[in-house]
Unconditional design. Sequence first.
Length: 306
Amino acid sequence: DGRSFILNTGARIPPIGLGTWQIEPDVVGDAIYAAVKAGYRHIDCAPAYHNQKQVGLALKKLFEDGVIEREDLFVTSKLWFGDHAPEDVPEAIDTTLKDLHLGFLDLFLKKGTTPSHENILPPDIPATWEAMEKLYDSGKARAIGVSSFSCKKIEDLLAIARVPPAVNQVECHLIWQQDKLQKLCHSRGVHLSAFSPLGSPGSSLPGVSGAIVLSNPIVISVAEKLQKTPAQVALRWCLQMGQSVLPKSTNEARIKENFDIFEWSIPEDLMAKFSEIKQARLMKGEFAVHPLSVYKTLEDLWDGEI
Ligand code: A2P
């Protein structure tokens, strides 16, 4: 029905997934249950979100209750910092699969930015990627990809990869539109997935303050014209850019609101208005920058894309 994007593996990725970062473990299960009931077919998680076991219990219950079958759900998880040594990669996915009560992941992502104390030596991305490729060969990960990769890092990886990354999951929203990265990924067959598509309005990270995307005057005016909410406009923009979106919510009404982005579209003339929005990366990753790290400045960390 056109409600999916096709990955370079030939598999389909649903256009909208529930993000689970910063969801408390005691409520993540209800959020997932509500999302799947509302029609979401993609759940995005990570061991570092400290709720993956609870995500697993929710998935188990959904399958047992017959709400959905495993093959109809797309589950993404991530290889976190600290597990990037090639010998640690197989165990990392096994732990994640055990936590999630799954036999395979639809997508396993190598996380990009790492905290400064882990970056005294330059990361050996090719070595980690080779270990990821073996997971793809084994079928434990039906697709492999990366997260928070700059244009330079994607190009470097594409140059050496036997199995090219299927996805680059990055911060992407109307205030950080990732124009250059979007074009590069599109031309190289790497699907772009947008995290924090609402600009993480509830987040307490440095530099992320308030509803900067949802309160943007251009976003509000487009929403008013279309009689949609600013959140729906922000999410619909991603879809029209060819990106899948991963909004996070624990509120059932907002979970449903965020899914109601298919029966309408933003016309060209209103899409054009968004190019007037001043751009700023919200998730800057200050935690990764340190005088002793290989990333001494934010410019180093993002290869100038800041
Ligand atoms: P809540 O969980 O109470 O709904 P992002 O996905 O960009 O990281 O944003 C997640 C944040 O946005 C959460 O704080 C979430 O709060 C809030 N949020 C999710 N959906 C909506 C919406 N439709 N309107 C306003 N805020 C939303």
